[in-house]
Design a protein around this ligand. Structure first.
Ligand SMILES: [Zn+2]
Length: 74
């Protein structure tokens, strides 16, 4: 299998719909993740986020960090 000239380079997504995961932020069902989630010792997958919230979080975590506070909600 070769990647010749796909329309756009897309990261591989893992189908996690069978795991019944939901976004820790908005509660949306997560069907795909850019990585394979691994179960932790406590039997959960930790905090996982849907595509939108992930994008939002990436942006919020950008280079600028001059809006302190608002953290600690886990
Ligand atoms: Zn979400």
């Amino acid at each position: 299998m070769t990647y010749s000239d796909g329309p756009r380079p897309q990261r591989q997504m893992f189908d996690v719909s069978a795991l019944g995961l939901t976004c820790s932020e908005c509660g949306t069902a997560i069907n795909e993740l850019p990585f394979q989630p691994t179960k932790r010792e406590d039997g959960t997958y930790g905090n996982l986020y849907c595509y939108d919230c992930n994008k939002k979080r990436m942006r919020d975590r950008g280079p600028r960090r001059d809006f302190g506070g608002g953290r600690g909600r886990y």
